[in-house]
Ligand binder design. Structure first.
Ligand SMILES: NC(=O)c1ccc[n+]([C@@H]2O[C@H](COP(=O)([O-])OP(=O)(O)OC[C@H]3O[C@@H](n4cnc5c(N)ncnc54)[C@H](OP(=O)(O)O)[C@@H]3O)[C@@H](O)[C@H]2O)c1
Length: 268
């Protein structure tokens, strides 16, 4: 990681990739604002990072599936003039098919994966524009290109890819960098929360969270907007988009075997 950011705000910092971003940025001397629902986890992590790295860490418990809380966090961002890095990382995997969804999981996913990143990015940009410096990382997924990953999950992640790419084009003349990170299977709490049986997926396909985050932060120094970490994930993303294999992938997805192999449990 070359560039050192003065202050970063990370959503979904209580576990997985978000916690890993917090650890790597803290080690580089970046002050942090940590956001998620589980306040105790955030406070424990904040105390550890203050002690270990001597940085300033603030905790801002927020449920991003609640619109009023997203706007409260946006106000906090507007008041944080020295925010140089925003990481829209919070997310979850859906468990229900849309026609069976009785818990408004779909609407919650839209708010966490789409509304929150858009509202928070818009709040962060004016101060970054003023300094002509800053970066926004949006946690998308290889699922953004995939016909296997569920109507809501794939489409909300695809939104983040196109949002990032086109936003970077709007900001071409500025010193602001936008990234859509598209990890594949990564060891975190994600699959447990989504009811996916990790054991059923070959070990070869997994990456560790620390490596994914290192690749993401390093890529902020380069020109790429869409960053797919790991060689295998790049091959998978290519196969899903290449015209020669596109139809084959769609045919496989219709067999429905992939979701069954992954042991997806559906909430009824
Ligand atoms: N792991 C993978 O294989 C993988 C692959 C591709 C993309 N991703 C993406 O990477 C991002 C991070 O996921 P992860 O793998 O690190 O999963 P994780 O270990 O389950 O962490 C998810 C984080 O999001 C937070 N979160 C979830 N719903 C929230 C809400 N309503 N309000 C605020 N925070 C919320 C959680 O905190 P609280 O529960 O405390 O609120 C937690 O900190 C997600 O956007 C995910 O879609 C993951």
């Amino acid at each position: 990681m070359k560039m050192v950011y003065r202050k970063a705000l990370i959503t979904g910092a209580s576990a997985g990739l978000g916690e890993e971003y917090a650890r790597q940025l803290a080690a580089a001397g970046t002050d942090l604002i940590l956001v998620a629902r589980r306040k105790e986890r955030l406070e424990k992590l904040a105390a550890e990072l203050r002690e270990k790295f001597g940085i300033a860490v603030e905790v801002f418990p927020t449920d991003l599936s609640r619109e009023e809380e997203v706007y409260r966090l946006a106000d906090k961002i507007r008041q944080t003039e020295d925010l140089e890095l925003l990481i829209n990382n919070a997310g979850f995997g859906g468990r229900s098919k849309l026609y069976r969804d009785q818990t408004q999981e779909a609407e919650q996913m839209v708010r966490v994966h789409i509304t929150a990143p858009v509202v928070l990015t818009r709040a962060a940009l004016p101060a970054m524009m003023k300094r002509n410096r800053g970066a926004v990382i949006n946690l998308a997924s290889v699922a953004a290109f995939s016909p296997f990953s569920g109507a809501m999950y794939s489409s909300t992640k695809a939104f983040l890819v196109m949002f990032s790419e086109n936003l970077q084009n709007e900001l071409l003349e500025t010193g602001i960098k936008i990234q859509a990170l598209c990890p594949g299977l990564t060891h975190t709490e994600f699959h447990q929360v989504a009811g996916i049986n990790k054991e059923a997926i070959p070990g070869l396909l997994w990456m560790k969270a620390d490596r994914v985050v290192r690749i993401s932060l390093k890529a902020l120094n380069g020109k790429k907007v869409i960053v797919v970490p790991g060689c295998r994930n790049r091959i998978i993303a290519f196969l899903m988009r290449c015209p020669w294999t596109f139809s084959l992938m769609r045919w496989l997805a219709r067999l429905g075997k992939i979701r069954k192999m992954a042991g997806m449990k559906e909430k009824q």
